[in-house]
Write a protein that binds this ligand. Structure first.
Ligand SMILES: [Zn+2]
Ligand SMILES: [Zn+2]
Length: 253
């Protein structure tokens, strides 16, 4: 499968775009930077969007993306996420106060945005790619995903603190090619990371002890002010399997 990293950060500053992947051209995973990373002609090609959770760094481009493709596509944009996340996005984003309710526009029978609820452990097959949602440990309901295509699998988590189930699933997933995991803060922000359920290089090192397989671990969701220190502290761990997801790069798994 082809995974293009449109946004690799957990915040925004020049050169740092927020969490967003494009998978096999037509699927997006999280929508932190869909409208800023892609030209409009390419945004029009995105049919399905999976959302891990409702925090803004994962959803904020969806209203602008919707406006960019509105009138250029003859189908709904299908958004796949948990019932809790779709509820939060309808209530706080597409609520006619923050942004027009595109789940009922131009009319409720043929809306521009259509939400589909995902359940933990039940795969969604989109364009032949399987996405199995796994609950991770964040401050609000949040899914990681096992992404599988042609016998190759990538375990992906955006925001999570120390967690368990993701690792159990990773350890029994056949054809595991990589694990992508967040590291949001450097070690000086340990207390904030613990309270907000994110990882630092220190807690990342403990998490990696739960992984039985030797596969590349690619880090992302760095908070821009912490990015340089995180890179230094991760390098100091001396783990040759750990690297950073590179924004703008296309990975083939
Ligand atoms: Zn985030
Ligand atoms: Zn979050």
């Amino acid at each position: 499968m082809r995974i293009e990293v449109l946004g690799a950060y957990g915040g925004e500053s020049p050169g740092c775009r927020m969490t967003c992947l494009r998978i096999n051209d037509r699927i997006a995973l999280d929508a932190g930077s869909l409208s800023s990373a892609l030209p409009i002609e390419e945004q029009v090609g995105i049919h399905s969007i999976l959302i891990t959770h409702s925090h803004m760094d994962h959803t904020t481009s969806l209203p602008f993306f919707t406006e960019n493709v509105f009138g250029k596509i003859d189908r709904a944009i299908d958004v796949y996420t948990s019932a809790a996340t779709s509820y939060a996005m309808r209530r706080h984003l597409f609520n006619n106060d923050t942004w027009p309710d595109f789940t009922r526009l131009p009319n409720h029978l043929l809306p521009v945005v259509r939400f589909h609820d995902l359940e933990e452990g039940v795969p969604a097959i989109l364009d032949g790619v399987s996405f199995t949602p796994i609950e991770v440990s964040h401050t609000i309901p949040t899914f990681g995903f096992v992404i599988e295509h042609h016998g190759r699998a990538v375990v992906w988590s955006s925001d999570t603190g120390p967690t368990q189930r993701l690792w159990e699933v990773a350890n029994r997933t056949p054809g595991l090619a990589a694990v992508c995991l967040e590291t949001s803060f450097d070690n000086a922000y340990q207390e904030i990371a613990d309270l907000s359920l994110h990882l630092t290089p220190r807690t990342l090192e403990r998490e990696l002890e739960k992984l039985d397989k030797k596969v590349p671990v690619l880090l992302h969701h760095l908070k821009p002010p912490c990015a340089e220190r995180i890179r230094e502290e991760v390098r100091a761990l001396g783990n040759p399997d750990v690297d950073f997801l590179e924004q703008g790069r296309v990975y083939e798994f």
